[in-house]
Design a protein around this ligand. Structure first.
Ligand SMILES: O=c1ccn([C@@H]2O[C@H](COP(=O)(O)OP(=O)(O)O[C@H]3O[C@H](CO)[C@@H](O)[C@H](O)[C@H]3O)[C@@H](O)[C@H]2O)c(=O)[nH]1
Ligand SMILES: [Mn+2]
Length: 744
């Protein structure tokens, strides 16, 4: 113990200086409050109609603004020292790695295979790792792809380690035109051979997707005969089993049992099965979960994660460790506004200074005992629970109960060793993967991934924070994981719709952040941060009202702004300009371009007035008992589609109702601008009346520019006629409504 290096910390928490940011926050808050004071104090002069409506909308925006100031106020970052791990620990704890895939068409098996290979090749003692792939598609093609990839892995993993390859997903590695220089002899020959082997692997997997599976595979795939998607027994296969000293970790394929009438709870259900299956097979104290498209981009990531999991004096400080979502195929300047760089960097680091980042569903290390419902204060003592009680919580598997007791009764590092003979445990694993296993247990509720929201990640993270655990952001250089971002209008909006649906479900669930603050241990400021995103689904209401206001005013000769010649007019103008400069500053600060800033400004308005609206409606339908919400999987790898090859950044459309409100809004504003300009110029001869309204109307059209272009676009770049008809109908109804306004 005399070696001083043993005492060196594994991580350091560093507050980020943000004086300028804070001052700008205060300045804008002051302007916002001034505007509201002016609005409400002049209600009597301006009447209780439009003026009041505008004031209410602006109050909503001001509320969200204040919440966001709170979330950004105390940013922190963590610096990690993985090189010190070996000095502190002789043996590192085991990690169970989970990959989820759901559909071999939307998520081509070669994508999953690359993620899997990158994980198997991570820098970590291989006998401490197990990789579980959950296939909700129950697809023989995915299984076949994994089998073939496991053969390739026997060459790939040693190759990566020998030459210290940096990016260990082969598709990303081989997509680089130039060879990484390497001093070791034999590199070039090995590299060429490896490339040939990888191409062979692609050929086999793509062949299988087209229906060619070689003869001799029949036996291997027998388990899949007579299975249908959504109706099959559990299929669990140990593809690789690590015997101490082997190059490769365990690799296990898991297709949980699916039956048509049985709710499977989408990804949350898959994660719970993975938790149980791994519980009876390897039972590692830590779990790392990624989506099938999120490959390991920094081979040291598990070591990095360990610094944050083991590096605090109290486990409570790092209940889970979350890496931000970054994308490898992110288009330049984020045309679809879904790369979330600023959100993650500014808000992510900011809430790092409160109770810690939200759980993002992928790229996250969890402690198994927390997933099993342990609270921070239970770290040492665990009350004795009867077998009956444990059975009610964990379900009927004795093995699982024993493994769970083992995990919840220890503090983490001295965790159980690797288990031998995991193949021998397959039958137990099949039992815990059954679709009836969870009946009358706490799975999906008090333990495991929580059910009841399309964003199971936020809901589950919330339950963890509510117990009083904190979380930590892991953001090494190079980035820990890289995934794929949806492209094109329909896919991006569908993703947003699902998120908004899920987030709103959380707000109204019994796990709502508000209850969690009142009755549990969620920090008040953390609750405020959660509420920002949980409220996304209600945003379309004030936003759409506010977007319609200028059109209404122009069409009916009314106004919701002070006269352009008056002094008060300067207030909203200053606020608007300062706010835009402020957001631009944030983008530049995060290393993004002006173009990216503008694209995001635009997509925020588009998403919230289209996708968010549908998210809101789907939650409404759920509460009315009319329809259930569903998880629509995002298509990965769209490099083949026409729109992608022609102009990948351009907004695309389809006949989905998503596009109706946006199109209607655009049509209404075109009409309003026409009428308004004529009135303003012809009637008064000078641009005083309605200047604010005209500017707002023009702004809406600028924000919805992709829709304006879509009116004239061809193919998938054009808005389909049936959408335009419906939008015209909506627009016409609005004009009728304005007509009523004029006469009354
Ligand atoms: O029934 C299902 C549906 C989905 N998935 C998996 O869930 C993951 C995420 O699905 P994806 O379509 O890629 O959604 P994203 O919007 O990209 O995912 C984000 O948002 C989700 C919540 O909406 C989180 O679960 C994800 O971790 C987070 O990355 C993928 O690995 C899927 O294979 C399943 O395993 N079973
Ligand atoms: Mn995804």
């Amino acid at each position: 113990m005399s070696d001083p290096s043993q005492k060196l910390p594994l991580q350091e928490k560093v507050p980020v200086k943000n004086t300028i940011h804070r001052l700008s926050d205060l300045l804008i808050s002051f302007l916002v409050l001034s505007l509201l004071c002016y609005r409400f104090s002049s209600l009597t002069t301006h009447g209780y109609g439009l003026w009041l409506l505008a004031s209410l909308c602006e109050s909503c925006f001001a509320f969200v603004w204040l919440l966001s100031v709170n979330a950004k106020w105390n940013p922190v970052i963590y610096i990690t020292h993985p090189e010190r791990l070996s000095k502190r620990f002789d043996d590192l704890p085991a990690v169970d790695m989970f990959i989820t895939t759901a559909d071999p068409v939307l998520e081509p098996p070669i994508v999953t295979v690359n993620t899997m290979l990158s994980m198997l090749a991570a820098e970590y003692p291989t006998h401490r790792l197990a990789c579980y792939v959950s296939d909700d598609g129950g697809s023989p093609i995915t299984y076949y792809a994994l089998l073939q990839a496991s053969i390739f892995a026997k060459l790939w993993v040693p190759f990566c380690k020998k030459y210290n390859v940096r990016v260990r997903a082969p598709f990303a590695y081989f997509s680089k035109e130039v060879l990484e220089p390497n001093k070791k002899s034999g590199f070039e020959t090995d590299w060429k051979n490896m490339k040939i082997e990888y191409e062979e692997l692609i050929r086999k997997i793509e062949g299988a997707a087209k229906g060619y599976v070689p003869y001799h595979m029949d036996g291997e795939l027998a388990a899949f005969s007579n299975t249908e998607k959504g109706n099959h027994p559990s299929i669990i296969k140990v593809i690789l089993e690590n015997k101490k000293g082997d190059d490769l970790p365990h690799l296990i394929y898991v297709a949980r049992e699916k039956r048509p009438k049985h709710p499977h709870h989408y990804k949350a259900g898959a994660m719970n099965v993975l938790t149980r299956v791994s519980g009876v097979m390897t039972n590692a104290p830590f779990m790392l979960n990624v989506d099938c498209d999120m490959f390991v981009n920094n081979p040291e990531v598990i070591l990095q994660g360990m610094c944050l999991l083991l590096g605090f004096s109290k486990e409570e400080m790092s209940g889970f460790v979350q890496a931000p979502q970054r994308f490898y195929d992110g288009l330049k300047d984020d045309p679809f506004g879904n790369q979330l760089v600023v959100l993650q960097q500014i808000m992510g680091l900011g809430i790092g200074g409160i109770q810690g980042p939200f759980y993002g569903g992928t790229g996250c290390f969890h402690r198994r005992k927390i997933i099993y419902g342990t609270s921070p204060e239970e770290e040492k003592i665990r009350d004795e629970r009867s077998y009956e009680e444990l059975r009610r919580i964990y379900g009927s598997s004795k093995e699982l109960i024993v493994s769970a007791e083992n995990i919840t009764s220890r503090s983490t590092p001295g965790s159980p060793g690797p288990s031998s003979d995991i193949s021998g445990r397959t039958s137990e694993a099949v039992q815990v993967a059954a679709c009836t296993y969870e009946n009358n247990t706490e799975w999906g509720n008090e333990i495991g991934w929580v059910y009841g929201s399309m964003t199971e990640d936020i809901l589950t993270g919330l339950r963890i924070h509510a117990k009083g655990w904190r979380s930590v952001y892991l953001d090494p250089v190079p980035p820990a994981f890289l995934g794929s971002a949806p492209m094109g209008g329909p896919a991006s909006l569908t993703q947003y719709k699902r998120w908004v649906t899920g987030l709103l479900e959380v707000l109204f669930s019994r796990n709502s952040p508000i209850f969690a603050t009142l009755t549990k241990k969620l920090c008040f400021r953390q609750c405020m941060a959660y509420v920002i995103i949980n409220l996304w689904g209600l945003r379309p209401i004030p936003e759409i009202c506010y977007a319609l206001l200028p059109a209404y005013c122009l069409l009916t000769n009314t106004s919701f702004w002070p006269k352009a010649s008056s002094q008060e007019f300067l207030l909203p103008v200053t606020l608007f300009t300062t706010f835009k400069i402020y957001t631009l500053g944030e983008y530049l600060h995060c290393g993004l371009s002006v173009r990216a800033w503008w694209n995001n400004q635009r997509m925020q308005r588009i998403s919230s007035q289209t996708a968010f609206l549908f998210g809101f409606l789907s939650v409404l339908l759920k509460f009315l008992g009319i329809s259930e919400t569903a998880f629509e999987v995002t298509r990965k790898d769209q490099s083949g589609s026409d729109a992608y090859t022609e102009d990948p950044g351009r907004f695309t459309f389809d006949s989905s109702p998503f596009f109706v409100p946006g199109t209607a809004l655009v049509l209404v504003h075109i009409a309003a601008l026409g009428v308004g300009t004529k009135k303003a110029v012809v009637a008064t001869g000078e641009l005083v009346w309605g200047l604010g309204e005209l500017a707002c109307s023009a702004m809406v059209l600028l924000y919805f520019w992709p829709f304006v272009r879509g009116l004239f676009g061809k193919g998938s770049f054009g808005i389909p006629w049936d959408v335009i008809w419906k939008a015209l109908l909506l627009g016409f109804m609005f004009l009728l409504f304005c007509g009523l306004g004029v006469h009354s």
